[in-house]
Design a protein around this ligand. Structure first.
Ligand SMILES: [Zn+2]
Length: 383
């Protein structure tokens, strides 16, 4: 049994009505036991608790990064805890590193051994991201193998993933994405589609997506993106949003443009979800971690509350992650403790543009629970 009392932080979990008010949180046996304006250390409930001082810091539900690559045997992959706990996220979704042929190995050798909670978006290609051109041959989409994997491991697979980029689909063009959408709708799982270089065209991709599907890299700066030549939102994106399609940042090494995001915000087309696309080529910059991506989004005009919601309760709801993503009594005791610190810095995006930061989110502690155990990771100097 372990009791933790997090004292004096500014609680942020908009879905639970916490918008920065100071409060105390007590965790007992890996669960959130009590949230009050004040919980005395001497109180019966908190007796024997380890006290964590969070004065001057934000206390949010453990951050959820819905786009990382944490299957080390796949292209660009790193260990789940390197991209999860050590980067301030208690839960991550691996976005398509594994497919039907490799998920079992990913699960046994990495997911089950990590301290970070890892869910998978299973690649529709049976090989996942082993080589990097996973949809250039129709043989690589094996519906039967995919369904068998889903039936066996449905608890750990919360959706499907397909990459719609010229380098991935080769001569196949739009066909693999159309198949991916068809399969996802048949098995009733959300499909996350990576959008990038033509072909296939973004408009075509958007037209086959439906409620709950996610477009990641939605604000990339490549040709044929979400903006028209004159800087308006393409009608297909507006129609897709009206159908319930969600738009995710997915920063990545070449997939987020501050200028595109700012223009989209100005047009009233905000993102629904915020993620990093962390992998071996960007985790030491320019992406670093989810908090750093949130700092850029906030500098572009996103509110702190929205930024937290889009990385906690919104992804938990979207992907059916039970008892995660909220500051709610009875939920799993996962927390991110950060400071919103004043600064005077430039932050760069994935296309070489920059933005001035007057404040940024600095990681302090990540608290994560499994079963009845809670652990604390201290981020030294924000890392
Ligand atoms: Zn990715």
């Amino acid at each position: 049994m372990r009791k933790l009392l997090i004292k004096g932080g500014s609680l942020i979990s908009p879905v639970n009505g916490f918008r920065g008010e100071q409060g105390d949180v007590l965790a007992v046996d890996g669960r959130i036991a009590l949230i009050r304006d004040r919980i005395e250390e001497e109180s019966r409930e908190a007796e024997g608790a380890e006290v964590i001082h969070a004065e001057g810091c934000l206390v949010t539900p453990g951050l959820i990064d819905i786009h990382v690559h944490c299957y080390p045997k796949a292209f660009l992959g790193l260990d789940p805890d390197v991209l999860g706990i050590r980067r301030g996220c208690t839960t991550v979704l691996d976005a398509g590193s594994s497919g039907a042929d490799t998920y079992e190995d990913f699960r046994e050798n990495y997911i089950e051994k990590s301290r970070t909670k890892v869910f998978a978006l299973l690649n529709v290609s049976r090989e996942g991201l082993l080589r990097g051109h996973e949809l250039d041959d129709p043989e690589k989409i094996d519906r039967r193998a995919l369904k068998e994997t889903l039936d066996r491991y449905g608890d750990g697979i919360v959706g499907l993933k397909a990459r719609a980029s010229a380098s991935v689909v080769g001569e196949m063009g739009f066909a693999p994405i159309e198949m991916a959408a068809e399969i996802a709708h048949e098995v009733k799982r959300p499909l996350m589609v990576h959008v990038g270089n033509y072909p296939p065209a973004l408009t075509q991709v958007l037209n086959v997506l439906d409620r709950g599907d996610v477009v990641t890299h939605a604000f990339h700066g490549k040709k044929g993106g979400i903006l028209t030549e004159d800087g308006r939102i393409i009608p297909e994106a507006i129609q897709a949003r009206d159908r319930g399609v969600l738009f995710d940042v997915g920063h990545g090494v070449a997939s987020f443009s501050l200028r595109v995001f700012e223009k989209a915000l100005k047009e009233g087309f905000d993102c629904d979800l915020i993620s990093t696309d962390l992998h071996v080529e960007n985790y030491e910059g320019p992406v670093y971690n989810l908090a750093a991506v949130l700092s850029k989004a906030i500098a572009c005009g996103e509110t702190l509350e929205d930024a937290v919601e889009k990385t906690t309760s919104a992804p938990a709801r979207q992907f059916g992650l039970k008892e995660l993503g909220e500051l709610r009594e009875g939920y799993i005791a996962d927390f991110s403790i950060m400071e919103l610190a004043p600064c005077d810095e430039e932050a760069v995006d994935a296309v070489g543009d920059s933005i001035h930061l007057e404040k940024k989110l600095v990681l302090k502690k990540t608290i994560y629970s499994r079963g009845e155990e809670s652990e604390i990771f201290d981020h030294i100097a924000g890392k």
